[in-house]
Design a protein around this ligand. Structure first.
Ligand code: FE2
Length: 283
């Protein structure tokens, strides 16, 4: 798999650069954390192997494996001292609304098929915009003037993008040419869907903070929409800076620090781990 190969070829350079920037040596590291899941097995295995090698260099016998989705929530919580937030986590592969209820991080809503980011990237390819399409769609949408009615698919607390994608594909094949209006309408539709679910989770759980996480949350229109929704509710929206919105090493390290008492000699991966399977013993 290409992504795993890329990780394999690059992790040592990234690690050495991080040491250089922090001006420390491997022996100065006192805790090593890695993402045990969810994610693609081959990529997670590279991370695990890197964690194992770094732990050896640092003379550490134990490491801590953490849940990737919860790490997005924790880094957002850290940057703005959130008390009890809901997270809207929208990335290529993931689209979830998560909050702490009954001592577990529960998924209140999620995509039933493709992640919102994958949907937008695939749509961008249909328009011939290349990859990654998200930032280009964001720019194109600003020039859109007419809203085109598109399938709006919220089912209970979940969302679905595959029907919307098929509709767009057929529309483009039939000759729909106005890329600006299409991009504008796609953003209005898809982001309204995820914002609606996030709002209902906040109302249901009586929570007053929303954290954005995942690369799609860099989108200016999604940020606008969630800001407006939170303002209307008298709630606070927390948007981490660009590098912390995307997948990043700092969030894995911070979650590892929070869970330092869970460190173990056992290295394990859980590619399909759901957030509500994680025992929350660090709060
Ligand atoms: Fe992520």
């Amino acid at each position: 798999m290409e992504a795993a190969k890329h990780h394999e070829e690059n992790w040592e350079d990234v690690f050495n650069k991080a040491l250089e920037e922090a001006n420390i040596k491997p022996e100065d590291i006192d805790l090593v954390a890695y993402a045990r899941g969810p994610g693609m097995g081959p990529c997670l295995r590279v991370g695990l192997k890197a964690a194992e090698e770094i732990a050896k260099l640092a003379n550490l016998k134990e490491t801590v494996g953490i849940n990737h989705c919860i790490a997005h929530l924790s880094i957002g919580t850290l940057i703005d001292n959130a008390k009890d937030p809901v997270i809207l986590y929208v990335s290529g592969a993931n689209t979830q609304v998560i909050a702490l209820e009954g001592e577990k991080y529960r998924i209140f809503g999620e995509t039933l098929d493709m992640g919102c980011g994958n949907f937008i990237d695939t749509f961008a390819r249909l328009l011939g915009l290349g990859f990654p399409g998200g930032p280009k769609i964001d720019e194109l949408a600003k020039k859109g003037k007419n809203f085109l009615e598109l399938p709006y698919s919220v089912k209970g607390m979940d969302v679905s993008f595959s029907g919307l994608f098929t509709h767009l594909k057929q529309r483009i094949e039939k000759g729909e040419k106005n890329k600006e209006d299409l991009a504008y309408s796609v953003q209005e539709t898809a982001f309204s869907m995820v914002t609606e679910v996030a709002e209902r989770a906040m109302a249901h759980c009586n929570k007053e903070e929303l954290i954005l996480g995942g690369g799609v949350c860099c989108n200016s229109r999604l940020q606008d929409m969630t800001k407006k929704m939170c303002k209307q509710r008298g709630a606070k929206v927390i948007i981490p800076d660009f590098p912390l919105l995307l997948d990043n090493g700092a969030m894995i390290a911070w979650q590892g620090f929070l869970e330092r008492k869970n460190k173990s000699k056992e290295l394990l991966l859980r590619p399909y781990e759901r957030t509500d399977e994680v025992e929350v013993n660090w709060l």
